[in-house]
Design a protein around this ligand. Structure first.
Ligand code: GDP
Length: 592
């Protein structure tokens, strides 16, 4: 059965390229092209925040109607991949929309997600957005996208992509630049034409593959996935074939489809639909919901193990507890418990009543949670990131990652050298013919702590890397990182953050108290860093407090820290500092 009435697409875009604006416009225009004049009211029950602020907060799943066709739009994570989320999304959809800013062009940060989409054989539609900008460079941007596709080894069909020129802001799209356009109809039409309809046997036994988990405080855990074959009905009995190999009898007590930014109760759904179900407490990513008489699980996409941990502590600083903030142990625990329900590659351990160990897929994974929570008003302290070690009879074991790196040719040697210091072993090096070289390494997870900002500085922001869990192996001994700079300290009443200031780069690499160099102070401790920096700057009338050019870091840290223009106090000028636990401790004394 071909579902002519459904299209499932993933949307890939760099931050600020206009994803939210575009989806919002698609929602606004959704239904207005219907033949029967019936315009459905937008339903956003799961998004109170949105109603309050009158803006669209993109949910993971949004659906828009175009005529009688339902287009499910699945958001992809902007950062990287934690636990295979991108891969699972790509398996739910039949095509992707790559949204690119007409001035900025494709950004390196989206390469990873795009690559997964191309690898999955999905055909992209390239939407060049913001064509209304006076500085738009549409033709060049299309060429850059083409170069990127070539570098990512797109096949001929994918290289023959459809391009749509859009102004999400004005709610219009066109296929040729010289066309007149008044709405997004050309984009909708192109989605219908280019993206294949989902297909499958609606009469066969049910297979609903759970690809994502969401959580709602009223209805609990929600499993989201695509019906690969068969039909599902509300209140039917089914079997949950879990990834652990167990089969559980369950009742589908609640079934939903996506409508606008919200969910809607439905009675039944069939092959090709993306649906949500609630009421099954044990539901997990990778599980398959099957008919009772025909149990066949879909092969499981594995979730990588956490390798890095950080302790989240109740903030007992005298400055804690601004109005509207959450500061108690109960607040912290509830919020973390909630996170664990949907952040599948993360784990939580309660160390004591006011200390929680959060384990994740790397520093960035944890940093994003920290930043999100701080934005929500949670005040807490965090420890430096630590690798999760295991003790066996043979000795101490540590986790290793396979690291995939793409860098401009001229930065290759710097990257290899730095990774060498971090005990990485090079496995492969391949030029792509477009000025970008692909490298592959095996590295202790420990070696990646603090590496991101260094890498982004070394590659001027043009490099990208991602890593996948490889396994546990013998502990490789100390990692020492040499960096040139002056040691600086930012302090508040309760916390001190240390950084290495590099005058040439005009950047600060933040380092943890008493340990290896790490970026966590920028990314991980950003909210407190903000207080620290602002505080110190005010008190000592300092400025010029900048962090090195990590895009991710800059995105996470409020930019006002970086725009001050004065000078910092240095302990020593531009000496070569070897950052070792001992060294920092000595420095700490000097600073005290
Ligand atoms: P997102 O981060 O990808 O979701 O981006 P947003 O939708 O939040 O847009 C980022 C910024 O770009 C906002 O200030 C938008 O108003 C602006 N923007 C979005 N679409 C357009 C467009 O078509 N033209 C122009 N000039 N600005 C746009």
């Amino acid at each position: 059965m071909k579902r002519q009435d459904i299209r499932n697409v993933a949307i890939i875009a760099h931050v600020d390229h206009g994803k939210t604006t575009l989806v919002d416009q698609m929602l606004k225009q959704s239904g207005t092209f219907r033949s029967n004049e019936f315009v459905e009211e937008r339903v956003m029950d799961s998004n109170d925040l949105e109603r309050e602020r009158g803006i669209t907060i993109l949910s993971k799943n949004t659906s828009v109607m175009y005529g009688d066709v339902k287009i499910n739009i699945i958001d992809t994570p902007g950062h990287a991949d934690f636990g295979g989320e991108v891969e699972r999304i790509m398996k739910m959809v039949d095509g992707v929309l790559l949204l690119v800013d007409a001035k900025e062009g494709p950004m390196p940060q989206t390469r990873f997600v795009l690559q997964k989409a191309l690898k999955e054989g999905l055909k992209p539609i390239v939407v060049v957005n913001k064509i209304d900008r006076t500085d738009a460079r549409v033709e060049e941007v299309i060429d850059e996208v083409l170069d990127l596709f070539i570098a990512l080894e797109a096949d001929d069909d994918q290289l023959d992509f459809a391009a749509v020129y859009a102004s999400a802001k004005d709610g219009l799209a066109k296929l040729n630049q010289e066309d007149e356009a008044t709405d997004l109809r050309p984009l909708f039409e192109e989605i219908l034409k280019q993206i294949p309809c989902p297909e499958g046997d609606s009469e066969a036994g049910l297979q609903l593959l759970i690809s994502n988990i969401d959580y709602d405080k009223y209805i609990g855990r929600i499993g989201i996935g695509k019906i690969i074959r068969g039909t599902v009905k509300k209140n039917q009995m089914a079997v949950l074939a879990s990834t652990k190999g167990q089969n559980l009898n369950v009742k589908i007590s609640n079934l939903y489809s996506f409508q606008g930014l919200g969910r809607r109760d439905i009675e039944a759904a069939t092959v090709g639909e993306i649906v949500a179900i609630s009421g099954i407490a044990d539901i997990n990513i990778g599980d398959t919901i099957c008919s009772v008489d025909d149990v066949e699980a879909v092969p499981f996409v594995k979730i990588d193990e956490p390798t890095i941990s950080m302790n989240f502590l109740v903030n007992d600083s005298p400055f804690a507890g601004k109005e509207g903030s959450f500061v108690t142990s109960r607040h912290l625990k509830d919020r973390l418990d909630r996170e664990m329900l949907s952040n599948v590659a993360m784990k939580l351990e309660e160390i004591s009543s006011d200390c929680f160990k959060v384990m994740g897929r790397g520093e960035l994974h944890l940093s994003i949670l920290i930043e999100t929570m701080r934005r929500e008003g949670y005040e807490f302290a965090v420890s430096r990131p630590e690798v999760i070690l295991k003790k066996t009879e043979d000795g101490l074991m540590e986790p290793f990652e396979t690291l995939f790196v793409e860098v401009p040719e001229e930065n290759v040697s710097a990257v290899i050298e730095k990774l060498g210091q971090r005990k990485a072993e090079m496995l492969d090096m391949a030029p792509t013919g477009t000025g970008i070289v692909k490298l592959q390494f095996r590295i202790p997870a420990r070696g990646l702590i603090g590496y991101r900002s260094e890498f982004l500085t070394d590659t001027k922001g043009y490099g990208v890397f991602h890593h996948l869990f490889d396994g546990y192996d013998n502990y490789r001994g100390d990692i020492r990182v040499r960096a040139r700079g002056s040691l600086v300290a930012f302090e508040t009443g309760t916390a001190v953050a240390y950084g290495l200031y590099n005058a040439q780069e005009r950047g600060i690499m933040f380092i943890g108290p008493g340990t290896e160099v790490y970026e966590g102070m920028v990314v991980g401790e950003s909210a407190r860093l903000e207080d620290i920096a602002v505080n110190v700057c005010k008190r000592k009338q300092l400025t010029n407090v900048r962090a090195s050019g990590s895009d991710d870091a800059l995105k996470l840290v409020p930019p006002r820290i970086f725009s001050l223009e004065q000078s910092l106090e240095f302990i020593a000028d531009d000496e070569l500092v070897e950052v070792t636990p001992k060294n920092i401790r000595i420095r700490k004394k000097i600073l005290d």
